[in-house]
Design a protein around this ligand. Structure first.
Ligand code: F6R
Length: 636
């Protein structure tokens, strides 16, 4: 089995569709370039021109498909679909690349997700004499669609009717987009628990044009007007009749419209070698934007969407923060701040574990889900589990119109702009800042903090963009250090208090980008086992808390640096300006500006991001698209 359609690891894939007067080949390929970060195991495109469907697909990066298209161009067309795939099980082969065609070649389908009952459906198709040409579940949809089309009543919207018929039979999560030679002016798409947005623009000739994308990056170069598709909905785009959205039974629904506030340039590299470097550099702005407009006219904090009453917020007696990967690390930092400011107990859990252990949830539990993409399936499933148990759900999310905020009771958007590099950087820092805002918001609503106290902390938050900019301006030494560490076998990261999640994040970044073994530890845990890993010259990065931090945490970390150095470690110390205690024990000293203890992760994370990025670059690796990974993971 293969494709974006199978497996328990999460594929996500990029999906693009176009209907309009421009040459669909160009629009679709451009969209795929912008979505390649979502998966780069294969790419494919199909167009309908003069009543004929033609397709091309190729394993590997989009460049491979582009080479094929240069040698064997598809005809110019006004309708097209395209796909970039992130494989799970099975080979990323030409055969398994999307689009998949029906046996008679009349229908082409692209897909993201899993059709869980695909084996039974495939057996049924085979019993009807259909031969499969791939190992994917997607191909089932192509054959079923062709059969449903043949059976649908003649007239308009036959392809849409066929899509609804097929969707009613499918189990699992999917975005499906189909085009057919039999209905050459129509594009049809459906979604269940998998992302799909519609863009509506005006072409230079004044006529309407329509775009489909797994996310808005696919079309922001053309339009910012978007329509959000709900769960279990089918969209039909006809060149003449425009856009119609229905549910799977055929009842017409009105999609919610919104304007995308990202601009196209934000999704380009802007002169940097890597998207990741650009996104690291954008962090001061991203933090400032996330903080923008948060204080109301009376100094009160405001979130973006709150569908909860103040009384419901006051009744909360426990908080779970649930997220994956880097977003989970933001949650770990949130725990320190939210507990300190609200005195509500906070548990933090990886989303993929949360619902399987039957967590104790009720209507006075607040579950904070954090997701840059808003589409991570593990997080979405945790959210749905929380809602089934009557818990309240607040989402911290970067992608407007995505599934996670739509299904939550309250939303705080991180205004980081599009994050294209697979490794999250500005997404992470803005998530941390958003978590602080949630903590302060709850403290204020519950009367634990007065508005002036909240305002004082918000003022500290507003100094963070400058602090991050200052860190970024002193990164030459880190680049130099990256060259020295590029051949390391193992790098360890230590921290205490909020520095511990920062150590975890530093280690994750290094693993995923540079493929170097890295681990993050609570500095106090080292003596309970991991210190045995330290050998002569082992690089150990230590995140040092402020000397002003509570209960001599600082002094303890300084002792930990001495301990590892005594065992031969090469110490790389990240410490606040003016902290002279660390100087004798630091082989390399990276300075960050003085920052209140709870807010320090926003500045101490930055050198670790740069370090991982530069080590990966020195090792000649693809920083933006590390092996085996994808940007957002839309199945469990
Ligand atoms: C690592 C990284 C991932 C994501 C995780 C959650 O750099 O980016 O660990 O943080 O897959 O993604 P979102 O935030 O989109 O839910």
């Amino acid at each position: 089995m293969a494709a974006c359609s199978t497996g328990t690891l999460g594929p996500m894939c990029g999906i693009v569709g176009y209907v309009g007067p421009q040459d669909a080949r160009d629009v679709v390929l451009e969209g795929l370039r912008r979505l390649e970060y979502r998966g780069y195991d294969s790419a494919g495109i199909a167009v309908v021109a003069d009543g004929t469907l033609t397709a091309a697909k190729k394993a590997g990066k989009l460049a491979n498909l582009e080479k094929v298209l240069a040698e064997h161009p598809l005809p110019a067309a006004t309708i097209g679909i395209g796909h970039t795939r992130w494989a799970t099980h099975g080979g990323p082969t030409d055969r398994n690349a999307h689009p998949h065609l029906s046996a008679d070649g009349s229908v082409a389908v692209i897909h993201n997700g899993i059709i869980e009952n695909f084996a039974a459906l495939r057996a049924e198709c085979e019993a009807n004499g259909i031969e499969f040409s791939s190992e994917t579940d997607t191909e089932v949809a192509a054959h079923l669609l062709a059969a449903a089309y043949a059976a649908a009543p003649a007239g308009e919207s036959r392809l849409a009717e066929a899509m609804r018929t097929v969707c009613r039979r499918l189990e699992g999560a999917f975005t499906l987009v189909a085009t057919s030679a039999l209905e050459p002016d129509t594009l049809v798409a459906a979604r269940r628990s998998s992302p799909l947005v519609v863009g509506i623009g005006e072409a230079v000739d004044g006529s309407a044009e329509y775009f489909l994308g797994s996310d808005v990056a696919a079309f922001i170069a053309h339009t910012r007007e978007a329509r959000e598709l709900g769960q279990d909905q089918v969209v039909e785009i006809d060149r003449h009749r425009g856009l119609t959205v229905t549910d799977f039974t055929g009842s017409v629904v009105e999609p919610r419209g919104y304007t995308v506030d990202w601009d196209a340039a934000a999704a380009e590299k802007g002169g940097y070698d890597w998207f990741m470097l650009k996104e690291i550099a954008e962090q001061p702005q991203a933090i400032a934007d996330t903080l923008l407009g948060r204080l109301g006219s009376h100094g009160e904090l405001v979130l973006d969407e709150v569908r909860l009453s103040d009384q419901e917020l006051r009744d909360i007696d426990k908080i779970f923060v649930v997220a994956c990967g880097t977003a989970y690390h933001a949650g770990l930092i949130a725990k320190y701040a939210i507990e300190h400011w609200t005195r509500i107990p906070v548990e933090v859990e990886v989303a993929s574990e949360f619902r399987y252990r039957d967590p104790v949830l009720d209507r006075s539990t607040l579950v904070v889900v954090i997701s840059q993409s808003g589409e991570t399936m593990d997080t979405l499933m945790a959210l749905r589990h929380a809602k089934e148990q009557n818990a309240r759900v607040l989402a911290i999310c970067n992608a407007n119109g995505s599934t996670i905020p739509r299904e939550s009771d309250a939303v705080l958007y991180t205004h980081a702009g599009p994050e294209v590099a697979v490794a999250s950087t500005k997404g992470f820092l803005t998530q941390v800042v958003a978590c602080y805002l949630v903590g302060l918001f709850l403290a204020q609503v519950r009367g634990v903090k007065y508005e002036d106290e909240v305002a004082a902390i918000v003022a500290d938050l507003r100094r963070l963009p400058d602090a991050v900019a200052q860190v970024l301006s002193g990164m030459d030494e880190v680049r130099e250090l990256a060259r020295e560490l590029a051949d390391a076998d193992t790098i360890l990261f230590l921290g205490r208090h909020v520095g511990f999640p920062v150590a975890l994040e530093g280690a994750l970044k290094l693993k995923e980008l540079a493929y170097i073994h890295a681990e993050g530890f609570a500095a106090g845990e080292l003596k309970h086992g991991p210190i045995a890993l330290i050998d002569q010259g082992t690089p150990v990065v230590v995140v040092v808390p402020s000397p002003r931090s509570r209960e001599s945490v600082h002094g303890k970390v300084v002792s930990n640096i001495q301990e590892v150095r005594a065992r031969g470690a090469r110490t790389i110390v990240i410490a606040e300006e003016g902290d002279e205690d660390v100087v004798p024990y630091a082989d390399h000293l990276i300075r960050v500006p003085r920052t209140p203890t709870l807010l320090a992760p926003v500045v101490t994370t930055v050198p670790l991001q740069v370090l991982a990025c530069e080590i990966a670059d020195t090792r000649g690796l693809d920083v933006d698209q590390p092996r085996n990974l994808a940007k957002s993971v839309t199945v469990e």
